[in-house]
Design a protein around this ligand. Structure first.
Ligand SMILES: NC(=O)c1ccc[n+]([C@@H]2O[C@H](COP(=O)([O-])OP(=O)(O)OC[C@H]3O[C@@H](n4cnc5c(N)ncnc54)[C@H](O)[C@@H]3O)[C@@H](O)[C@H]2O)c1
Length: 390
């Protein structure tokens, strides 16, 4: 079974094996020749064996297997995929076949806190999910019941985030996939790994971003290129590879809606003095959002951007060493300010809502974008009144 076929089949299978309007979770595991089949026979479970290499024929076989209530898909000589309504369910099914040789439990918990929301058992990739806005979004969506893929360059913080979430032990799971959004091969591999782990995708949140401020005299071509690659081109790579999976799901279930969301910025709506490399990339992100939205709505894939105001409590602003407040205090950017707190108060006073943007504000906008079926191509401001649409 070639990798591409697997990548095409699992998202379609997820829709085929779904119950009512809810797609299934499918987890793939490689297995030694013959091992998986004898293990399934021992536990007396139903399975469908895929021998064919034609996508159409495989899908026909899977449709029939659904009526036979199969719990496993066996890819001969390759591996096995377990089908359930939750990630905990697929882990349990795989554990039944291959118990841990050291006798350890599969870390499966029975913490069945099912919150009845539209995020329950959804599969969401968050780039830059190790810290800052992305980390906060990961925590909140996980608490809403979503399975989370944390895609970040920072291995240490990304693993830590996934482990912390998994310690809460529910039906859903978080996984870290080391990713560089500026590298198309890395983003393609992120999407493949997410499909093997969960079976498909409901939303990708393109959040990873970097900020290197500077006017025309200071900005080097290298820094400009680097920012453009992460903030602008990275969004293209996410949309390109994620949409391939979302389209496969749409073919199998044309009524199902999915999402591509970019975390943009208020700097994507209004120019930013001596910060053009950032603002330019973010403006571009809104052009991509609108254009992807037009191209993908026929597949019921919505594409929206969320434009937060300044996240004063995040590391970008509040890091005591390198945060913007510390830098602005050092360079005297706010006349008369004697402390970090005074610099912060100065910036807060510029927001009609009187405070910085917080993770909870951004998450409300994300939930709105996902919940709404009749809106796409929008740039949703979350700026406490600092930016108002014309
Ligand atoms: N902080 C703000 O005030 C603010 C305001 C509006 C919008 N935003 C936007 O929100 C998003 C997150 O910003 P933040 O302030 O939370 O940033 P942050 O610096 O706190 O976190 C960014 C994360 O992205 C990761 N990352 C950086 N480059 C990457 C790459 N090439 N591939 C994968 N991961 C990478 C980092 O490791 C980090 O974990 C950005 O798109 C930013 O433009 C931030």
């Amino acid at each position: 079974m070639n990798k591409e076929l697997l990548r095409n089949i699992l998202p379609a299978a997820r829709m085929i094996f779904g119950k009512h309007t809810k797609p299934a979770i499918i987890t793939y595991q490689t297995a030694e020749n013959g091992n998986a089949e004898s293990a399934i026979q021992q536990v007396n479970s139903r399975y469908v064996k895929i021998i064919d290499e034609s996508e159409e024929k495989v899908l026909q076989q899977l449709r029939k297997a659904k009526t036979d209530q199969c719990e496993y898909i066996l890819f001969e000589n390759d591996g096995i995929a377990a089908i359930s309504d939750s990630k905990r369910g697929t882990d349990q099914l795989l554990y039944n076949l291959f118990p841990d040789p050291n006798g350890q439990s599969a870390q499966l918990t029975n913490n069945e806190t099912i919150i009845n929301t539209r995020m329950n058992d959804k599969i969401v990739i968050i780039t830059g999910g190790a810290q800052g806005f992305g980390g906060g979004i990961a925590r909140e969506l996980f608490a809403w019941g979503a399975n989370i893929v944390i895609a970040d360059l920072n291995e240490e913080k990304g693993m830590e985030m996934a482990e912390t979430l998994n310690m809460q032990g529910g039906r859903n799971k978080a996984v870290f996939v080391k990713t560089n959004v500026a590298d198309p091969v890395s983003v393609a591999s992120l999407i493949d790994q997410s499909v093997l782990y969960f079976g498909g995708l409901d939303a990708i949140i393109s959040n990873a971003g970097i900020l290197r401020a500077g006017g025309l005299d200071e900005m080097t071509p290298e820094t400009f290129d680097q920012m453009t690659k992460v903030n602008y081109t990275g969004f293209f790579y996410c949309a390109k590879y994620a949409s391939q999976v979302l389209k496969k799901q749409h073919t199998a279930n044309p009524d199902y809606y999915t999402d591509i969301i970019q975390i943009n910025s208020k700097s994507g709506l209004k120019g930013s003095n001596k910060n053009f490399a950032y603002a330019g990339g973010k403006f571009g992100g809104i052009g991509l959002t609108q254009s992807f939205a037009l191209e993908l709505m026929p597949y019921k894939i919505k594409v929206n951007a969320i434009c937060p105001g300044n996240f004063f409590d995040g590391p970008l602003w509040s890091d005591p060493e390198n945060g913007l407040f510390a830098q602005y205090l050092k360079t005297g950017k706010v006349p008369g300010a004697q402390s970090i707190d005074e610099v912060k108060k100065h910036y807060e006073s510029q927001v009609p809502a009187g405070r910085g943007c917080e993770v909870k504000d951004v998450v409300k906008a994300i939930l709105y974008a996902i919940d709404q079926e009749y809106e796409t191509g929008q740039a949703i401001p979350v700026t406490g009144g600092q930016n108002m649409l014309k």
